[in-house]
Design a protein around this ligand. Structure first.
Ligand code: GLU
Length: 329
């Protein structure tokens, strides 16, 4: 007899039936999944790169899954607010996150308050795209090249400020790395995403910004922003004349990626369905065309590959964040 008056055998039987009920409901869930709307949380404000990329992919995934995939913007905390929300959602595949290098590598390294564990609290789905970042300025700023900006900042210590999508994002790191490597100073102004930050740079409230190329492309083409250089080692396909920042500041490199994650504990069969839809969406000719316009490199992966990618990215950025001294409260 156990303490609660149930025999060991009886409690074993109850245990087994609970387990099979859980397994059955997992299978039943995955067989009918999705039978209602799926919410894709974008952890940044509308109009930024994560939002722009997510809306293209969610549209195609809706067709492939036969259910609407809606985008919900939850900006703040450099992406950590929206990401934390997803870790608290039901692990049933109906709430997923459009994660980025911010939510899964940089936030945990830069932000002292860590609302989630980037590896343990998520079930990876697929690594979708890698995108370059870009240094843009308001066209009124009297600089046309990276070197001219460096000279202007050197002549005017702390006079200028730059906008980013928030503390702990690749755009914040891009700015801090630039300051450190070029030996210049400027003030950082964080926003809830690149969308509102861009509005203020276009309106000349803030003259300088590091952005993700997908959200800046149309503004660069329209001339409302002037691009000085891309943050990647190689030039961006859609802007072949735009130099890399590394041509002026050797060794300089940042980039962003977007990947889908579900809360930890989501049944593997559901993850498999989301993975298949996401990877198929990335092969759709219209999606391929849009990503090309954004200079986004399509990847597409297995959940295991995404898991390895997150580990590798945390290892890659740890010394960079430490060297650039970018810890935030
Ligand atoms: N800076 C963020 C990132 O690259 C995204 C910014 C945004 O989408 O607003 O992870």
């Amino acid at each position: 007899m156990s303490l609660f008056g149930i025999t060991r055998r009886a409690s074993l039987a109850i245990g087994i039936s609970i387990l099979s009920a859980v397994a059955f409901s997992g299978t039943a869930l995955s067989q009918t999944f999705p039978d209602r709307v799926v919410t894709m949380v974008v952890p940044f404000a509308a109009g930024g790169s994560t939002d722009v990329v997510a809306r293209v992919i969610a549209g195609k995934m809706s067709e492939l899954l036969g259910q609407q995939v809606i985008v919900q913007n939850v900006g703040g905390g450099g992406g950590s607010l929206g990401a934390a929300n997803v870790t608290r959602a039901e692990p049933d595949g109906y709430t997923i996150l459009m994660g980025t290098v911010a939510t899964h590598a940089l936030n945990p390294l830069i932000l002292k308050t860590k609302p989630y564990d980037a590896e343990k609290d998520f079930a990876p789905i697929s690594l979708l795209v890698v995108v370059p970042n870009v240094l843009v300025v308001n066209p009124e700023l009297p600089v046309k090249t990276v070197q001219e900006l460096v000279d202007l900042l050197k002549a005017n210590p702390d006079k200028y400020s730059y906008a980013s999508s928030g503390n702990g994002t690749p755009l914040h790191l891009s700015g801090e790395l630039f300051k450190k490597m070029a030996g210049v100073s400027m003030q950082h102004i964080p926003y809830k995403g690149a969308g509102p930050a861009l509005n203020d740079v276009i309106g000349n409230q803030v003259p300088i910004m590091f952005d993700n190329l997908p959200s800046s492309s149309s503004h660069i083409k329209a001339g409302t922003l002037r691009a000085l250089g891309v943050t990647t080692k190689d030039k961006a396909q859609s802007f072949p004349d735009l130099p890399t920042i590394a041509e002026t500041i050797p060794g300089y490199e940042t980039y962003t990626w977007n990947a889908l994650f579900a809360p930890a504990g989501t049944p593997p069969e559901v993850i498999a369905k989301l993975n298949e839809a996401a990877n198929k969406a990335m092969q759709d000719p219209a999606v391929v065309e849009r990503m090309k316009e954004f200079s986004a490199t399509i990847v597409g992966s297995t959940p295991e590959e995404l898991s390895a990618h997150v580990k590798a990215e945390i290892a890659k950025w740890t010394p960079v964040v430490k060297d650039a001294n970018v810890q935030m409260d």
